[in-house]
Design a protein around this ligand. Structure first.
Ligand code: KG4
Ligand code: ZN
Length: 338
């Protein structure tokens, strides 16, 4: 018998619902919240209000695109954390009440583990899936981690950022340059026409497999402050070169530790996940490194890189097989527990 899982994702500013038939994707609907663009960043209160408006229509469309009725669902998986509490509460409360009404179990999902498990979504255009054990570089707006993945259940963080995430470095650099939010895709777009060697920024020397991005952000800020004193049009004249140089510095930092992790663990099966894994420069550098070092690499399709509910549903499917269900009294968490 097939299992139909509804996934719900509402950890930040995207409201998403997806339906999976076992591991097979049937629908993945995402409502973005444009309202935050006006403020140059996510406003938590507005995000949770938009989730409230979006959640029912988004679930409705996900079910109809999947061509199933709610009564065919076997379980509802939802993001419990980490993320914005007000946003998580909307998805969590919706999942609990919808499941209670249908008399089906709920499954709590960790957002970061779900990013990693997005590689197991069975989608016609997806590459082959990673083999265990593999290393996953998870790079999102809030987290930067190197994770050793031994099974869908067994994952160990072997490197993490001690301050800002890679996504924050992109977003903050973009904000400093006056680019629209979210900055990552804007920098990616501009970097394509810029010179990555035009400017050089310091790279942190962190112990072990850990990362740090706050120094880079500060040096970028000070560099621009000094340049603007001499020429107030500096940013406008150099946007593309600044973007390309910043992007290549971030990629260099990310890849350095990833290479070290592969060397130290002896694992050549390498995946990337999370919003920053959508970055075209990172994808290309990963491909080149894989050619050189003989890695088997796994790059998610763009719609599974950034936040989506299909990854929540696939993570839910693995827990469903184990009968690992949550109770109605659980509450969301904002900080990573992983
Ligand atoms: O995983 P995600 O969608 O949400 C979180 O879990 O945080 O990641 C969002 C982050 C943002 O910082 C955004 O700027 C970044 O991913 N991002 C990118 C690109 N697309 C999204 N960064 C660089 N290049 C991109 N193409
Ligand atoms: Zn995410």
């Amino acid at each position: 018998m097939n299992t139909f899982i509804l996934g719900i994702e509402s950890s930040c500013d995207d409201t998403s619902a997806a339906v999976l038939k076992d591991t097979r994707i049937l629908s993945n609907v995402i409502a973005n919240q444009d309202i935050h663009k006006t403020y140059g960043g996510v406003v938590p209160e507005l995000a949770s209000r938009s989730h409230q408006q979006n959640i029912i229509p988004v679930v409705d469309v996900a079910l109809s695109k999947a061509k199933i009725t709610k009564n065919q669902l076997n379980a509802i998986a939802f993001t419990r954390g980490p993320g914005l509490l007000g946003s998580l509460l909307v998805g969590t409360s919706f999942a609990k009440s919808f499941a209670m009404g249908l008399g089906i179990p709920i499954i709590e999902i960790d957002h970061l583990k779900a990013h990693i498990l997005s590689h197991f979504i069975d989608d016609e255009e997806m590459d082959r899936q990673p083999k265990f054990p593999f290393l996953c570089l998870t790079v999102s707006g809030g987290h930067t981690q190197i994770v050793r993945v031994d099974s869908p259940k067994q994952m160990e963080v072997i490197g993490t950022s001690i301050d800002d995430a890679a996504g924050e470095a992109f977003d903050k650099a973009a904000k400093i340059m006056g680019l629209p939010y979210p900055g990552g895709p804007e920098i990616d777009r501009l970097a394509k026409i810029g010179n990555p060697n035009a400017f050089s920024f310091p790279k942190p020397s962190m112990q072990g497999l850990n990362y740090s991005f706050s120094g880079l952000k500060t040096s970028f800020l000070y560099f621009l402050r000094d340049q603007l004193r001499e020429d107030e049009g500096f940013i406008d004249k150099n946007k593309a070169d600044l973007s390309a140089s910043m992007q290549s510095t971030i990629i260099h930092i990310l890849m350095n530790k990833l290479k070290r992790a592969a060397r130290e663990t002896g694992i050549n099966e390498i995946a990337i996940a999370g919003g920053v894994s959508a970055n075209s420069g990172l994808r290309e550098t990963l491909r080149q490194t894989a050619d050189k070092l003989g890695w088997n690499i796994h790059i998610p399709k763009l719609q599974y890189s950034t936040d989506n509910a299909a990854m929540i549903a696939i993570a839910g499917y693995f827990k469903f097989l184990d009968g690992d269900f949550a109770t109605q009294d659980l509450t969301p968490y904002s900080k990573s527990r992983f």
